[in-house]
Design a binder for this molecule. Structure first.
Ligand code: CTP
Length: 482
């Protein structure tokens, strides 16, 4: 059995070029690691050559012929090209030393082993040779053993590896989360010691690693390490701030950091949607800011959903997450996250369900997933009761949605209908009448259909002193937003 799928044509090609160029060349890094871990097959292959990566890439391109595009990054001495659905990256083996205040390496040519030593983790320094092509793993730093034992260890002293490139602290935590590996103790201490160096890493790269942690099967693993090493406080202080329990008059509130992580892990069992996962991270973000102890009552966090939603844009801006409809979506879910839970505690009225459907719109199913994940009491009976009530809310939502079609709401009577019917120009009366119709539908006074809404419009208009000029049988414009 081929460990590294070396029967693929690409390996033959690379092997021939290595022979022709009389250059030692190796496959290294993520491709080797993931093949050994039997993870999903990778589409990117890193090749390290003892010589010039750029010259090697040129020779590969010449051999492929046709119109192959090569991207050269002269400053880094790397080149990239696509072949057979794969992305190949070439780099010259180097012994690097880094400038202290940036992540830019000063590159000097080196041997394979020198190059392996300068990589982040022993499991990422594994390599095999291309000519003669064979699958024997070249492993001077014990990476195979670490792979076997599930350990993340740096090839050199960890202080040096992390200080050289502080992004590796995030990578260590990301790999620990993705692979369920343990960061070796000395390495973990070094992350704590070097944490301030994260400040020289660009926010985009930090966000990329953070998102990979969030997309893992159990993101709490990564967030706990980020917290324990002190990195979380530096990169995402609002989240670190959730941690802690206050006790007044013998009453404690729950630790919102660990609660948030539990909600996040719960949610991860039902969705891979990154932004829905972000809404779990942020759902209680304003709890520290709204926390109050009310004597005789206990701890309250009034308005945390509203304040939390207002905090979202600034957090997204600082973390360099997209400031577009994804942000708006997270904001909406944070704002509405208590609503289904409130419904599940009360006798559920049709109009409350209708209002929720109206406000959540097409995101109602995601909101329900978030809320279900938020039911986390230690008291099993309580959880069972809430979940049972929650099922009732879901049934009710379905019933009302089928009846009222509120998910993709369009007002049955448009602003144009109102103007034509009463012979009036745009003005505040139109907004007032439309709002009155919407409220009547949400309260269940009239059904969500043209005939009933039109009759209601006539009465509301008359209340405002308007006189019907022309009676409509159907809406004249049915695509106008509310
Ligand atoms: N590498 C490193 N230090 C970094 C980034 C990368 O030493 N800060 C090395 C590692 O040997 C790594 C290889 O470069 O395996 C390729 O990096 P990259 O493609 O970013 O990561 P992968 O290990 O391939 O993993 P993934 O694709 O999951 O990010």
């Amino acid at each position: 059995m081929s460990k590294f799928n070396t029967h693929q044509p690409v390996f033959n090609l690379l092997s021939e070029v290595a022979q022709q160029q009389q250059t030692r060349a190796f496959v290294i890094g993520g491709y080797v690691r993931d093949c050994l871990l039997k993870r999903d097959f990778r589409k990117d292959i890193d090749v390290v050559v003892e010589g010039s990566g750029i010259d090697f890439a040129k020779a590969v391109a010449a051999k492929i012929g046709k119109d192959v595009q090569v991207a050269y990054f002269k400053n880094f001495g790397t080149a990239m090209l696509k072949y057979d659905g794969l992305e190949l990256e070439f780099v010259g083996a180097r012994k690097e030393s880094y400038q202290r205040e940036s992540r830019k390496p000063i590159v000097e040519n080196g041997t394979l082993e020198e190059d392996q030593a300068r990589r982040d983790f022993t499991i990422n320094a594994l390599a095999f040779e291309l000519f003669p092509l064979n699958e024997d793993v070249i492993d001077p730093f014990g990476g195979l053993q670490d792979l076997e034992n599930g350990i993340l260890r740096t090839p050199l002293a960890p202080d040096q590896t992390y200080s050289d490139d502080p992004l590796r602290m995030m990578r260590a935590i990301r790999f620990a989360t993705q692979l369920h590996f343990t960061i070796e103790a000395e390495s973990l201490n070094a992350i704590s010691r070097n944490r301030e160096r994260i400040k020289i890493v660009s926010q985009e790269r930090i966000a990329e690693e953070l998102n990979k942690i969030i997309l893992a099967e159990k993101p709490s693993i990564g967030f706990k390490i980020l917290f324990e090493t002190g990195l979380l406080e530096l990169i995402f202080p609002e989240m670190a701030n959730l941690q802690g329990v206050d006790v007044v008059q013998g009453k404690a509130h729950k630790d919102n950091f660990f609660h948030t992580l539990q909600v996040l892990d719960n949610l991860c069992q039902t969705t891979n949607n990154l932004w829905l996962r972000w809404s779990a991270i942020l759902h209680d973000i304003a709890k520290p800011a709204t926390k109050k102890f009310e004597p005789g009552h206990g701890w309250t966090f009034h308005g945390h959903e509203d304040k939390g939603a207002r905090m979202v844009p600034e957090i997204f801006r600082k973390l360099k997450l997209p400031l577009n409809d994804k942000m708006k979506y997270v904001q909406k879910l944070v704002l509405l996250h208590l609503r289904p839970i409130v419904l599940s505690k009360e006798e559920v009225s049709d109009s409350a369900v209708r209002r929720l459907l109206f406000e959540a719109g097409e995101d109602i199913d995601d909101l329900m997933l978030l809320c279900q994940a938020d039911i986390t009491s230690k008291n099993k009976e309580k959880v069972k009761r809430y979940l049972a009530n929650f099922e009732l809310v879901k049934i009710k939502l379905k019933e009302i949605e089928e009846k009222d079609r509120l998910r993709y709401w369009q007002p049955p009577v448009s602003g144009n209908d109102i103007m034509v019917s009463f012979g009036i120009k745009p003005g505040k009366e139109i907004g007032l009448i439309k709002a009155a119709i919407r409220e009547a539908i949400l309260d269940g006074i009239i059904p969500n259909e043209f005939g009933a809404a039109y009759a209601f419009m006539v009465t509301e208009g008359e209340k405002l002193g308007l006189v019907l000029q022309r009676r409509l049988e159907t809406s004249i414009s049915d695509s106008e937003p509310l």
